[in-house]
Design a protein around this ligand. Structure first.
Ligand code: GLY
Length: 396
């Protein structure tokens, strides 16, 4: 693996101390999230919340929308696992049928985000209930995802048609989160092809998307004829050479997920470097701006990037050797961020909102969902809470 800098943590003295986030506080936050979910369960039974809110209210969309409908289903599975209340399972089971239709009819699936969609809706369902419909739908999703593999480039192309010069050979950091679908598919089918593709992709991401200073490009092009690296380019970040906060968070969570299935220790090493870069650029209240080029001032925060990073750091800490002092430091850092989200970023005092977390950003350059709730932020917030509340088995 190439040489990547490990920055020293600037807030190491703070992160050595426990932030004093109590289980009672987390339980209360979870209860408050459940109240919001309950208020909108009926509205989002046959429809789904959109990707991001408008004035903190999600519109309802069909299950052919973008890459994001599975997050609401994932929220319901977490609610079911924690409470045992059948009302969440009933709605989530309805969603599983909807996801079966989505993959059978290929509704809005000309992209690589099958992992986001099917891990949280169907692998979760299969793990919790043993549903065969869910299992088969997720395998079909994995089959569809590997059709995007470019073998000479060794990557899964993120978006669009293979003939489109703007998209050909383009991989993106977000795809780290789509790979667990492939590892899982190899396990359940006993066919190694899915895992081989996932391994090839994560190795290319580690080599080319991560820069030598441990920041990340959002997207990177590889020549699909020669396999030669071409160049990095942003899509949702501030500039091609800045570091988009959510992209860095996808790295913090996605590299350890590939470690779980490959046991490649270098992925954990790399995650530490990517994590330190992120943690060294969070402001006073520990919630990042939408791009890590900003470390103070009035730019919008991205609470969703913080929520992803919290879950990712908790996962990283789990896999570090028991005698590695960074285990505790990453756990503490993640709890400082979670405390801040609970205390200052939830919709608890915004009764008209049907979301959970305020102050996310979908795309600042695209002027979409800026300073709004976004549904993946809500999901990762729930995941962060459940990780503190119980010994939670990953859907990823
Ligand atoms: N995966 C797309 C995003 O993070 O906006």
């Amino acid at each position: 693996m190439k040489n990547v800098v490990l920055e020293e943590l600037k807030k190491i003295d703070l992160f050595k101390k426990d932030p004093g986030l109590t289980k009672e506080q987390v339980k209360a936050a979870f209860k408050q999230a459940l109240n919001k979910i309950d208020e909108h369960l009926e509205e989002f039974t046959y429809k789904f919340p959109g990707s991001s809110s408008e004035n903190n209210v999600y519109p309802s969309v069909e299950n052919n929308h973008e890459w994001t409908t599975g997050f609401w289903t994932g929220i319901l599975w977490i609610a079911y696992e924690v409470t045992g209340d059948e009302k969440y399972r009933e709605v989530a089971d309805i969603h599983v049928k909807s996801f079966e239709k989505r993959i059978d009819e290929k509704l809005g699936l000309n992209h690589h985000d099958l992992g986001f969609l099917y891990t949280l809706s169907c692998i979760s369902a299969y793990k919790i209930t043993g549903s065969e419909v869910a299992k088969n739908s997720a395998i079909k999703a994995a089959d569809h995802l590997i059709t995007r593999y470019q073998d000479k480039a060794g990557i899964i192309q993120a978006w669009g048609d293979f003939s489109d010069p703007n998209q050909r050979g383009r991989m993106i950091i977000d795809c780290n989160m789509n790979l667990p679908l492939l590892y899982w598919a190899s396990e359940v089918t006993e066919d190694p092809k899915y895992k081989q593709i996932a391994k090839s992709h994560i190795e290319q991401a580690a080599k080319y998307i991560v820069r030598e200073d441990a920041s990340t490009y959002h997207t990177y092009y590889i020549d699909t004829e020669t396999g030669e690296p071409r160049f990095g380019k942003t899509h949702q970040g501030y500039s091609d050479d800045s570091c988009w906060s959510r992209g860095q968070a996808w790295g913090i969570y996605g590299f350890p997920l590939s470690y779980i299935y490959t046991k490649d220790e270098e992925l954990l090493d790399l995650t530490k470097k990517v994590s330190n870069y992120f943690l060294n650029r969070i402001p006073e209240d520990n919630i990042c701006y939408w791009d890590l080029i900003f470390t103070d001032g009035d730019e919008p925060r991205d609470s969703s990037a913080a929520a992803i990073a919290i879950s990712g750091l908790m996962e990283l800490a789990k896999w570090l050797p028991k005698d590695d002092e960074m285990r505790e430091i990453y756990m503490n850092a993640s709890k400082y961020m979670l405390k801040s989200l609970i205390e200052k970023y939830t919709t608890k005092d915004v009764p008209e909102s049907n979301g959970l977390l305020l102050h996310g950003v979908y795309s600042k350059p695209g002027n979409t969902g800026v300073d709004e709730c976004n549904i993946w932020g809500d999901y990762y917030y729930m995941e962060s809470l459940v990780r503190v509340l119980k010994d939670w088995e990953l859907y990823w």
